[in-house]
Design a protein around this ligand. Structure first.
Ligand code: SF4
Length: 481
């Protein structure tokens, strides 16, 4: 186990995540000792401790917390890099949205070269990732400029059921077999929340709808028809640019369900293999076959879907770069319209996180090679990157990237990252994000103003069914101040 001692709470987040990024398979603990003699002390399992002390930070203005944090991060990065002989592709950037910084610079009119040099020299990001962040920001901006930031909004609808629970999943979705008796109650509660949102949102323009989860296509075709019919009758489709349904698990897709989706105006679906290796699908509890991916994909094309996304994950247990190569070869043959490449993120809430052993973790060079292969395959399919985000405990400290062909990018995916427009979310665990043009009082901290307020629905399926009225009441309080 690696232990960290920081002299201030404010240093802990970056220090912890940086140590974890350099030592992904190790357990890391941290604590604050205000009287500690160093700003940061790291006790690795082997070798002498690594410290960042007052003398090392030189002329820094010690009252400037931001400056101090920056200096500490850089010093620690170099020390850890020297000790492990590794570098991190995203340098000292520990946050989840590296494109946000690129977007801010793009909006200020900063030239590309200036931005990439600042990312490389100041934040120690690799040239390749700096260029990727810039490229994504440019494409995001082009898409976002088409939206009405003030009157437009997006709707998220969560269906928290799946055919089985995958071992890496940290969402609060449940296996359908455990919830069969409560699905109707859930849909009833969801309908009431949707009705309230529709009444509160008159005069607004609905730009995108995203039905996710879980796996919405776990519902029967009749249930799907009722849910989508209800959405269609409650919300005007006049300003709708995109309507996505996450048909994630191929074993939940049937011809009837696809016809329902198509008939209700869905424009984009996601069929997610995660891997095209049967041994891997079995190892991660997906309980579907590679063959079912092919069948679902062909059924969707036959049903007339011309915007199909596929998700894959780099770094799944037991996979090698040649497995990834084979998965990509099969995906290229199918030729989807977009491809989302995730790096495995192992969270405690996931079965894999609770049971994880050292062999679960791939060396970062392997993950780097896999995501390089995926980037190359996306390019061969005429796709370019359009959104990017990172997660805590992400394999190799890399990123997740969405690639899409021209005009096939998922606008909702950008909106969820960039927070340029409000997203109203309904269902268990759904998180509403209200974006304000002028900062408003922050209910969580009355002393600070904020331009983003989150309203989180309760996660547990039962709790949501029982407490839907509370979720509605909070929406009535906040929509649309
Ligand atoms: S299909 Fe998706 S949401 Fe469902 S258990 Fe697997 S990873 Fe989680």
């Amino acid at each position: 186990m690696i232990q960290i001692i920081c002299s201030k709470e404010t240093y802990v987040y970056n220090v912890y995540h940086m140590v974890k990024a350099f030592y992904p398979s190790k357990e890391v603990t941290s604590r604050v000792e205000e009287k500690a003699s160093n700003y940061v002390t790291v006790f690795p399992e082997e070798g002498p401790e690594i410290t960042v002390s007052e003398e090392m930070t030189g002329e820094a203005d010690r009252s400037d917390i931001k400056e101090m944090k920056y200096r500490i991060d850089c010093l620690l990065y170099h020390a850890l890099s020297g000790r492990t002989k590794k570098t991190l592709a995203w340098g000292i950037l520990m946050g989840v949205r590296p494109v946000k910084l690129a977007m801010a610079e793009l909006e200020k009119g900063t030239p590309k070269e200036e931005f990439t040099a600042w990312y490389e020299e100041h934040l120690l990001v690799s040239r390749q990732k700096a260029e990727l962040a810039w490229k994504v920001a440019r494409r995001e901006k082009e898409l976002l400029d088409r939206l009405d930031g003030e009157r437009g909004y997006s709707l998220y609808v969560g269906i928290p059921f799946c055919p089985s629970v995958c071992s890496y999943c940290s969402f609060s979705s449940g296996a359908l077999s455990d919830w069969k008796e409560r699905v109707e109650d859930y849909l009833e509660a969801l309908k009431r929340e949707l009705q309230a949102v529709s009444e509160l949102s008159r005069g607004k323009i609905l730009n995108t709808i995203y039905i996710g989860g879980g796996t919405p296509t776990t519902l029967t075709s009749l249930q799907l028809e009722r849910l989508l019919g209800c959405i269609g009758s409650l919300f005007s489709g006049d300003g709708l640019l995109e309507y996505t349904v996450e048909a994630g698990r191929p074993d939940s897709i049937t011809k009837e369900k696809l016809e329902v989706l198509k008939g209700c105006g869905v424009t984009r679906i996601s069929i997610n293999p995660q891997s095209m290796q049967q041994k891997t699908l079995e190892a991660i509890g997906r309980k579907h076959t590679v063959e079912e991916v092919y069948q679902a994909y062909h059924l969707a094309r036959e049903a007339g879907f011309n915007n199909i996304n596929m998700d894959i994950i780099a770094g799944l247990p037991g996979e090698t770069a040649s497995d990834m190569e084979d998965t990509l070869k099969k995906i290229k043959e199918l030729s989807p319209d977009s491809l989302t490449v995730h790096s495995l993120a192992i969270k405690r809430a996931a079965r894999m996180g609770r049971e994880s052993r050292a062999e679960t973790f791939h060396p970062s060079e392997d993950i780097g090679q896999m995501i390089e292969l995926a980037a190359g395959a996306a390019e061969e399919m005429d796709m370019s990157p359009y959104y990017l985000y990172r997660q805590k405990n992400i394999a190799g400290n890399f990123e997740n990237v969405g690639y899409a062909k021209v005009d096939k990018a998922g606008i909702y995916n950008i909106l969820i990252m960039e927070e340029k427009q409000s997203i109203i979310a309904c269902g268990a665990g759904a998180s509403t994000k209200l974006v304000f043009k002028e900062p408003v009082e922050n209910p969580a901290n009355k002393e600070k103003k904020t331009s983003l307020i989150r309203l989180e629905n309760v996660k547990a399926i039962d709790a949501y069914i029982n407490r839907a009225d509370e979720m509605i009441k909070r929406k009535e309080e906040w929509l649309w101040r």
